[in-house]
Design a protein around this ligand. Sequence first.
Ligand code: SAH
Length: 343
Amino acid sequence: MEPLIGKTKDEYDAIVSSLGEAPYRARQIERSVNAGRLIDEMSELSLKLREKLKVDYTTFALDEKSVLTEEKTDTRKFLLRTQDSVLIECVGMVYDGKLSVCVSTQAGCPMRCAFCESGRNGLIRSLTSPEIISQAYIVSRNMGMPVHSVVLMGSGEPLLNYRNVKEFIEFITREDTLGIGVRRITLSTCGVTSGIKRMTDDGLGVNLSLSLHCAVPEIRKTIMPSEEKFPLSEAYKACMEYRRASGRLITLEYSVIDGVNDSMECARALAELIKGSDCEVNIIDYNPTEGYRGANKANTAGEFAKKLKRLGINYTIRRKLGSSVAAACGQLKSSYEAFSEKK
Ligand code: SAH
């Protein structure tokens, strides 16, 4: 089956002509697809045309496999399946009555951060742009709300799938699709410097978030092996360049792990790195995963935050949404696979 979402005008024209239909049908189909309708819901098309379309096409590139809901925060985690049967995840979160969608950009991840479930088995493959686009639409349909903002913080390293990620951003920002402004899109990277430079050159304009987690290279290396190939010092410089060129603030993500990256030495290294910048530091308790060590103490992030405060660093402590639905990267897929293996 061929997904219709994300196609160009010419491609819609070619599909309609191959089905022997009148050219104006192309625009009707395109409008319906961009509004997120399934073929059966395209009531402006004749039943016959819908049946013809359904032989080879579907609206989205993914099927819904399961949905987990955390009732008290209305966070929903989606397990979706690609047409070649790869499982991927995305999450819908409601803040202040507005829907934010967290999308995956790769199935699996090659970065192998120690605490992250997505990379535990390495990379399966990069997702196509229709697959990334479909996630945003499927979550919006399921939750019955328009997408207000998008974070590229699901599984995968977006800057190692640059072309498709760029296509995704260009598509969802269009007025005739989801119309999400670049200022409501945040791309998170573990620091692929060449990718950050491309974002600057291309004037992508989205918010940029750097997964910092530790500013001491020797310690960072132990939790983020990518430090070897993509040193934080270079990534940080590229981020500052993006800051200047785009005008967007840079967010630094810091998941605090007890006894690993929460020492005074780590706090000082962070203070030294960001001296004089206007980065926003986001502190979050790391979400315990099966493949990594035990749980944090009750107030690990809070204690680390106090150290930052003493050094005069401004920060925000982020709420953890969705831990009961295993909303940290890769967790749902892992528990689903463990369950399937047991059966
Ligand atoms: N590859 C990109 C985007 C995906 S991860 C990146 O590295 O930024 C999105 C964020 O979740 C990253 O900051 C990542 O380090 C963090 N993360 C992954 N697993 C986590 C866990 N178990 N607890 C807390 N944060 C986690």
